[in-house]
Structures are given as C-alpha cells and as structure tokens.
Ligand binder design. Structure first.
Ligand code: NAD
Ligand code: ZN
Length: 388
C-alpha cells in the first residue's frame, strides 16, 4: 500500500510498497483511509523538532475512512462503516480514560523511565507521532490499524461529506478544547494567538459559544484576511504592524477575559540538539504565553493548546500569581467532545470545513507539506485522499 513516510528534517516521501496493516489485537480494526489531513503538529515532526522519529515512520493522525477488517472483540463498528478516528489513542479502561474522561492522558502504553521523567506517569498513544507516543503507524496511508476501535472511532452519517467531518479527528475538538479550558462563554472578549487552522477554528468556536469579541493574532496577513472573510465580526491583529496590547485595550479596557495559545513551540531548530544535550526539552519560542499573561485581565483565563515539550521561555510566574490567573493546557481528549461536536456540525452550528483550502491525492504529500509549512499558495489546511 501507499503511505507517507518521515525520513528526516523536511524529508517526507511516499512509499507505495508498504505492507498492509493487520488486526493484531482482538479490539483492532483496519481502516481504509479516505481522507487524511496534515496537522500543524505534523510540522513539528517535519521540522525535526520532536525526538523519537525513526526514518520510515508513517505520518498522519487526523483521518477517517471505511472499516476494512474488524477484530473479534470490536462491538461498535462493522466492516463497511464510515468512521472518523481520533488522533489520541485511548484504551477506554485505564484510570485516566475511565475516571477522568481524559483520553489524551491514557496510561496504556507503558512509558519508559525517561518518558515518565519527561511526561509524567503516562504516555498517551498518538498515531504517526514518534516513538515517544507509542510509535503507532499513522493514517497518511491507504490503510491503518486502529487500536481499541470501540473507543477511538466515531461513526458518521452518510449525508455528511468527508470534508465536513474529517476534522472531528483532531482540530475541531482541539479548537473546542481551547475554549473549554478558557471557559469561553457569553460576553467574553477572547484573543487567540495563531491564525493557523487551529486558531481559526478556535475563533469559530468562540463565536459559536457567544463570545462578544474575538481577536485573531498572527503576522501572516493572508491567514488573517482569510479568517476575517470566513468569520464575520472577527477582529484581526497583525503583530508586525500593530501593537497587540494597544489594540486589545481599545476594546477591553481591563484586559481580555481569555487568551488562547494556538501557536505552540514554534519551529525552533535547536530543540533536538538541546534535547540530546540535556534530556529535557527547552524551546526557543516566541514568548507567546508571557504575551497572553500580559494581555489577560486580572482573574482572567489562559488556555494553551499549542504544542510544547519540556521547559519553555522564562515564564512570568509573578504576573500570573499577582493577577490571579487560571492557566490550563493539554492535548485534546477528542473522544470527550466528538459526539457533541458532530451534532453541532449536523445542525450547521459549526463548520470545520471552512479552513480546508487544499485537497489533493496522497502522492502529493511532499509538496503539500512544503506548501503548508512555508505558508504559500494561501494555504490554511490540507486534506489528502489516498483514493484520488
Ligand atoms: P500552524 O503552524 O498552521 O499555525 C500556527 C500559526 O501561528 C501560524 O499561522 C503562524 O504564523 C502563527 N504564529 C507563529 N508565531 C506567532 C506569534 N508569535 N504570535 C501569533 N501567531 C504566531 O498550525 P495549526 O495546525 O494551526 O496548529 C497550531 C498549534 O496547535 C500547533 O502547535 C499544533 O501542534 C497544536 N495542536 C495541538 C493539539 C492539542 O491537542 N493540544 C491538537 C492539534 C494541534
Ligand atoms: Zn494534530
């Protein structure tokens, strides 16, 4: 079968001779992939900023398709069902999955001592996302094995196209999670750093939840223009042209209610080197979290869904404490939200497909990764189709 492989920094290849995945556990299904997106998190791999990748690893964690083969213990889906798969693999049974509904904290994959030191007593499994997170082959492929299929697949109605539902796999729930962590509600003034697909959908969700004003902050003007056109009423700030603090204070004199980080560790070339030197990561990122702390009002909320690893920045703990802020972050427990979000999509209250700008065959992966990373060709979100 065809699959998109990681071979090193900015080196993504399509291999058409990968063996078909098999059901190896009674709770597995094998999925025939119909749509598979490139996520901003894939760029951390593309840029060589995550440890634990091995040349030849199959990429992709945001995908859907048709169930091709079913393990004997799977109850909720059958061959031929059309399903979305969540990026984080939960077992559905461990303390984290069952007690806290926090599937992204699933403790199923037996972390090594080093991983425990870095991530705590858990290593969530992610598809196509390095051997630090389980080494599961990803879904940028014709077929993929989906472990614990009863927990990690969601059946979708035939009347909703792939385009409408594929992003339930990751970035729509992530955008929603950002709002949940920030407790965004009626009348709030919300600012979101990062006008990538996650930031734009976070703005979409904030509007749907009744926020009074929503700001999107970036320096890539075409992304800000795109978002403004898609989301009427949205305000944008190009931080290279305007002072963020002043623009926000004009609307929120005490400071914003909620600040969301939808940027993450921003492409620091030195991360890998530092990790090798120090075991723990330290990322040279723009000071986004400190910017948010600076701009949020007293008693406000800081929500971090941008991905980080290890130590980052010199965090302004003093301001955080003195301003009585709440700060939360995390990988998205997709399974917690996706049924509700599917309903909102069905009722047209949310439309995740608004961010999709590029739909191409899987074979085009090398150039599509480059286009998405380089932010050219007005690219916001890429979805690839193995069957095209
Ligand atoms: P993306 O790379 O397309 O978007 C990031 C945007 O941030 C870009 O438009 C970039 O120009 C902008 N940016 C860079 N520096 C900035 C700064 N200082 N201030 C404001 N904007 C800045 O990625 P995406 O797909 O939108 O994903 C965004 C982040 O969310 C990534 O870090 C990704 O790993 C993370 N993510 C997290 C989860 C989760 O479960 N928490 C899930 C999906 C994605
Ligand atoms: Zn992702």
């Amino acid at each position: 079968m065809k699959a998109v492989e990681w071979h090193g920094k900015k080196d993504v290849r399509v291999n058409s001779k990968r063996p078909m995945p098999l059901v190896t556990d009674p709770r597995d299904v094998v999925l025939q992939v119909t749509s598979s997106a490139i996520c901003g998190s894939d760029l951390h791999l593309y840029l060589g900023n995550m440890l634990g990748m091995v040349p030849g690893d199959i990429l992709g964690h945001e995908f859907m398709g048709v169930v091709h083969e079913v393990g004997p213990d799977v109850k909720s889906v059958k061959k031929g069902d059309r399903v979305v798969v969540c990026f984080d693999i939960g077992c559905g049974e461990c303390y984290f999955c069952s007690k806290l509904q926090a599937f992204s904290c699933c403790g199923n994959t037996n972390p090594s001592q080093e991983e425990k030191a870095m991530y705590g007593d858990r290593t969530a499994g992610f598809f196509g996302y390095s051997h630090l997170t389980g080494g599961y082959p990803g879904g940028q492929a014709e077929y993929v094995r989906v472990p614990f299929a009863d927990v990690n697949t969601l059946k979708v109605p035939e009347n909703l196209s792939d385009e409408k539902v594929v992003l339930l796999s990751d970035i729509l729930p992530t955008a929603w999670h950002a709002n949940e962590l920030g407790e965004v509600g009626q009348g709030d003034v919300v600012a979101i750093w990062g006008a990538g697909p996650v930031g734009i959908l976070a703005a979409h969700c904030a509007q749907a939840r009744g926020a009074k004003e929503v700001f999107l902050i970036d320096a890539v003007q075409y992304r800000l223009d795109f978002a403004k056109q898609k989301l009427p009423g949205l305000r944008t700030i190009n931080f290279k042209q305007e002072k963020v603090y002043e623009a926000l204070r004009k609307v929120a004199s005490h400071g914003i209610d909620v600040g969301i980080d939808a940027v993450g560790m921003h492409y620091a070339d030195s991360v890998l080197h530092k990790l090798q030197m120090m075991t723990m990561l330290e990322t040279d990122t723009p000071e986004i979290v400190n910017d948010i702390v600076y701009n949020v009002r007293k008693g406000g909320r800081v929500s971090i869904v941008g991905a980080y690893a290890g130590y980052t920045n010199h965090f302004n703990l003093g301001a955080f404490m003195e301003k009585s802020l709440t700060m939360r972050g995390g990988q998205t427990p997709v399974q917690k939200y996706w049924k509700h979000l599917l309903e909102l999509v069905q009722k047209s209250q949310l439309n995740p497909s608004l961010v999709i700008t590029h739909q191409q065959p899987l074979e085009k992966a090398p150039e599509l990764y480059k286009t998405f990373n380089d932010k050219v060709d007005n690219c916001i979100k890429v979805v690839m189709h193995p069957g095209l």
